[in-house]
Write a protein that binds this ligand. Structure first.
Ligand code: SF4
Length: 379
């Protein structure tokens, strides 16, 4: 069986004025699709090895549906990146296999430095992470020493080590609002769309790094308007990494977990979904019988590279998952000094979330609490 096929992933070169690394011509390796018989054999062997090795599989909503199913049926978890890390930290297994992209494995390692973190492919990265190199980011921070540094989870351990706060897409708004109320000026990185959305909502003074997610950046506002006319009853679900023209048309704006929760709780029967289409696997399970339509990445204002699926998430396959379980290869290592610094900004966010949760409980606003903690997670 052919293990991988290489494809070059081209996307727009970010603006350089505010210091953003060149991410043009990145590449991804996409595993060959196994036959139905091969799939069954691979899944059976993976189940067996997870048990034998006392390992637990944690998978992101954007990876292949087979990996998501395997994680759930073997006692692992399928979630957003923070919940994956939290789950990994609290689970008794000493080996975590993280099916997702590199920063997720790194976050798991930062939170659980004593554990062994393996990934199907260590080259699975993220355009946000790629577009925010440590050197350029450090220079950017050094040039603005008066600003509080807030970074999104989709960054390397070294970038997190330079930050004051790490945030996820569902709690970023609350944290920036809190900092703004304290009179802080913010340096935000790396996602310009999420940063712009939070800036607009909070009125905070935010200096934005100009990175973007190559999947969400491709959703098209004009084509979404046309699609809405075809499905006038559909609810529009949008992840805030999407461009402003798309976010402006949303009925629900939220992280992956929040969008899945919206699908479950809404009376609507049709949904137009503006996030990576890997999430549809979980949405269909959460709300069987409902209709899900990909938000448009094609049309008059599109480019030929549009597809609404992350090429790096697609690097996670059954074959390479089995391989790491058999060989113990692809382990995530982080310089302990960097890990020690990086955990500070993550713990700050976790403490803020816990405090917020306690406050909400104290006021008895359980409905709000459920909304807030339906899922604290990025991407
Ligand atoms: S979907 Fe976007 S934000 Fe998520 S890993 Fe891929 S490139 Fe990064």
């Amino acid at each position: 069986m052919q293990a991988t096929a290489m494809k070059v992933v081209e996307f727009e070169r970010p603006q350089m004025e505010t210091g953003s690394s060149c991410t043009a011509n990145a590449w991804a390796k996409v595993p060959a699709t196994p036959t139905a018989d091969e799939r069954q054999a691979l899944k059976a062997r993976i189940r067996q090895l997870l048990k034998e090795k006392n390992a637990v599989l944690v998978a992101h909503y954007y990876v292949d549906g087979d990996l998501q199913d395997l994680a759930e049926e073997t006692g692992g978890c399928v979630s957003d990146s923070l919940e994956m890390a939290r789950f990994g930290r609290s689970h008794e297994a000493q080996t975590l296999v993280v099916a997702g992209v590199r920063f997720m494995g790194e976050t798991a390692k930062i939170l659980s430095p004593e554990k062994r973190i393996l990934m199907p492919d260590l080259d699975a990265t993220c355009s946000l992470d790629l577009g925010c190199s440590t050197d350029e980011f450090t220079a950017f921070c050094d040039a603005h020493p008066d600003r509080t540094v807030v970074v999104y989870a989709n960054t390397s351990a070294a970038v997190k080590a330079r930050a004051d706060w790490m945030v996820t897409s569902s709690i970023g708004l609350d944290i920036v609002k809190h900092l703004h109320e304290q009179g802080k000026k913010i340096l935000w990185a790396p996602d310009k769309h999420l940063g712009g959305y939070i800036q607009k909502q909070t009125g905070a003074d935010m200096l934005l790094w100009q990175g973007s997610c190559l999947v969400h950046d491709e959703f098209k506002g004009v084509e979404l308007e046309l699609l809405r006319k075809e499905y006038p009853k559909a609810l529009i679900l949008v992840h805030p990494e999407s461009p402003e023209a798309v976010v402006a048309q949303a009925d629900v704006i939220g992280s992956t977990s929040q969008l899945i929760a919206a699908v479950q709780s809404s009376d609507a029967k049709e949904f137009i979904v503006a996030t990576d289409n890997g999430i549809l696997h979980k949405m269909r399970m959460a709300a069987p019988g409902k209709i899900f339509i990909d938000a448009p990445t094609a049309g008059n204002s599109a480019t030929c590279k549009s597809c609404a699926h992350c090429p790096w998430m697609a690097m996670n396959g059954l074959q390479n998952l089995l391989q790491v379980l058999e060989t113990g290869s692809n382990e995530i290592h982080i310089d302990p000094a960097i890990g020690k610094k990086a955990v500070v900004c993550i713990d700050r966010m976790l403490d803020f979330a816990a405090q917020k949760k306690a406050n909400v409980r104290a006021t008895g606003a359980l409905e709000n609490e459920q909304k807030l903690f339906a899922g604290i997670g990025p991407a």
